[in-house]
Design a protein around this ligand. Structure first.
Ligand SMILES: [Zn+2]
Length: 224
């Protein structure tokens, strides 16, 4: 298990930065992992940023984030107004936003989109994450989609049935606007998590998969 030794060396109350282009991305990509992190570090700082949402979807995003972070005591949720599907054309403004974010948050662990994601908004957020947080532990989550861009992931976070149920229930409860999309259903979320669970032999059957670009193995005497 890759995550445990690295996080054990983090500060007692790590700062976790969660970045998502759209209102439901963080939950789909790493919602189960967030639930596990909150369970392990209820006093960790969770900084959650959604870059694009209109007023209705902001309500959904905030309600969902509150659900996933219900048992966390130190949380910040930001919902921004960048125009969906046009992220590459507002790269400069997004870059400025990341520079401001860098001044506010120095994370121990960052969750972002995959660099190889076929959605242009997702890809832009991933590029800017890697440009901004160069000396940080960044994990890229995956989003199932029509383009079929998923491969095998090298990093896994196992989930048990209860964690999987909570993730799916929160997604279905909070994102009413997405329910008419053919892919937005419990089978999609459970199916992908079950496959990732098979790949890492997860005891609880389910898992979330992540990509990591630069992973540095830490030792106790590396810490100042
Ligand atoms: Zn998205």
């Amino acid at each position: 298990m890759l995550l445990l030794p690295i996080l054990q060396n983090a500060a007692p109350e790590p700062t976790v930065l969660l970045l998502g282009a759209h209102s439901d991305d963080i939950e789909i990509g790493c919602g189960g992992t967030v639930l596990r992190l909150v369970e392990s570090w209820p006093r960790a700082r969770f900084h959650w940023v959604v870059f694009s949402a209109d007023e209705d979807r902001e309500v959904e995003a905030r309600s969902s984030a509150a659900g996933f972070l219900e048992n966390a005591s130190n949380t910040t949720v930001e919902v921004l107004r960048f125009r969906e599907s046009y992220f590459p054309s507002v790269h400069d403004q997004l870059k400025d936003e990341f520079e401001r974010l860098k001044g506010r948050v120095d994370p121990d662990l960052v969750f972002t989109h995959r660099l190889d994601d076929r959605h242009q908004d997702h890809r832009t957020i991933s590029e800017l994450t890697h440009n901004t947080y160069r000396d940080h532990f960044v994990l890229e989550y995956e989003i199932p989609k029509f383009d079929g861009d998923l491969g095998r992931t090298p990093v896994y976070v196992p989930l048990d049935s209860a964690q999987m149920d909570t993730k799916v229930n929160l997604l279905m409860e909070n994102f009413a606007s997405q329910r008419d999309r053919s892919w937005f259903d419990p089978d999609t979320f459970r199916g992908l998590a079950r496959i990732r669970g098979v790949e890492c032999n997860a005891p609880g059957r389910f898992a979330e998969g992540f990509h990591g670009r630069t992973v540095v193995m830490g030792f106790a005497d590396d810490v100042d």
